[in-house]
Write a protein that binds this ligand. Structure first.
Ligand code: SAH
Length: 351
């Protein structure tokens, strides 16, 4: 698909045309990655963050939230819970917390790998040093998630400042992760103030160029205590062709991502479920996605990991472990039983 075609799909609002897009994405998904939905248990291990991202509630300037950092024992307990629920992967996510030192994380990865043979470990700990990423890979980590957020460099610099005099280059880090042998995941924020349709189309094309194993994009949800959420928000210039941060645009991005990157693992993201609690997850799965990441963060911390508001409303559904499987089966799919490794680099099916 070319850039202009992606843009015209992103602008499409005719229901019957969109119905064709959803059907095409669903067919491409079925033919390339099948009917399994892989479940990844998300553990939000720390809300401390040293960065100043204009979109994120965990930014260092936000003094209104209570910070937490889980102990190794607590994290292991969550990983065991993932196994009890039959999940093949745990995702460890945090703010950019430099007190999570490389050695501690390495020991944690080794313990998960020892205590839970066969469990895949995905890290989503932000921009860390190449030596740290190498150590974690050697310790057994399988995958790393690092969204590039937007491929428009100017917009990115505005919403994601570097650290001190070190500029942020997530494309460079992703290449390094690939060389270390990680499966790599990335994605974009949809509807950032200042993001145009053509910016978002470039993001979709970048997914393909980066040869990603996993691609998770979600709608931008304004957080009131951040610059993009009202706090000095008036200073943010809107793009002339501003992309909406709505549910429909998020489905379009999932569908187009599936068509452009047929063999990638694509989650139906939590942010989408926040916009439509009733059926956002399922609709994402029916429009190209094949992964869900249920939240396993312990109750006492869950409400504190406020990258954006509204997440906590999802607790009740997810606390009932059977619910997600039932929803998956209700749309004619099956919950994956293995690790759900990247199909991108597996041998193509013979027939
Ligand atoms: N510190 C890690 C993990 C951050 S949370 C990192 O930066 O990679 C994971 C993702 O949440 C981010 O990459 C971002 O795309 C998303 N996110 C943050 N704030 C958000 C918001 N206000 N609305 C929607 N998604 C948001």
């Amino acid at each position: 698909m070319q850039r202009d075609e992606i843009i015209s799909w992103l602008r499409q609002d005719d229901p019957s045309a969109l119905e064709r897009l959803w059907r095409l994405a669903d067919t491409v998904r079925q033919e390339n990655v099948g009917g399994e939905v892989h479940l990844r248990g998300l553990i939000e291990i720390s809300s401390y963050c040293g960065r100043s991202c204009a979109y994120c509630g965990l930014r260092i300037e936000n003094a209104l939230i209570r910070r937490f950092r889980m102990s190794e024992g607590e994290i292991l307990e969550c990983a065991h819970e993932a196994r009890r629920l039959g999940y093949g992967t745990v995702v460890l996510q945090s703010g950019e917390d430099f007190a999570l030192d490389a050695g501690k994380v390495a020991r944690l990865i080794r313990r998960i790998k020892n205590e839970l043979p066969g469990m895949a470990v995905t890290l989503s700990l932000g921009e860390r040093e190449p030596e740290e990423l190498a150590l974690w890979r050697e310790s057994g980590a399988d995958r790393y998630l690092l969204r590039f957020e937007t491929s428009n460099r100017e917009l990115y610099d505005r919403i994601h400042p570097g650290l001190g005099d070190k500029p942020s280059d997530r494309f460079l880090i992703l290449r390094g992760l690939r060389e270390l042998g990680y499966e790599i995941g990335s994605g974009a924020l949809i509807g950032i103030p200042g993001q145009s349709y053509s910016d978002l189309a470039e993001d979709v094309l970048a997914f393909d160029r980066l040869d990603l194993d996993m691609i998770g994009s979600g709608p931008f949800i304004p957080h009131p205590d951040t610059p993009l959420g009202g706090l000095n928000g008036a200073e943010v210039p809107r793009a002339e062709n501003q992309v909406p941060n709505d549910e429909l645009t998020a489905y379009k991005v999932i569908a187009l991502t599936r068509i452009v990157c047929p063999r990638a693992n694509i989650p139906s993201t939590t942010a989408l479920a926040v916009l439509n609690r009733e059926s956002g997850r399922e609709l994402g799965l029916r429009r190209g996605a094949n992964v869900v990441m249920p939240n396993l963060t312990p109750r006492q911390y869950r409400g504190l990991y406020t990258i954006y508001p509204g997440k906590t409303c999802l607790n009740e559904v997810e606390n009932y472990p059977g619910a997600i499987r039932e929803k998956i089966e209700a749309i004619g799919r099956t919950a994956g039983t293995g690790r759900g490794d990247s199909p991108r680099h597996a041998a193509p099916a013979m027939n």
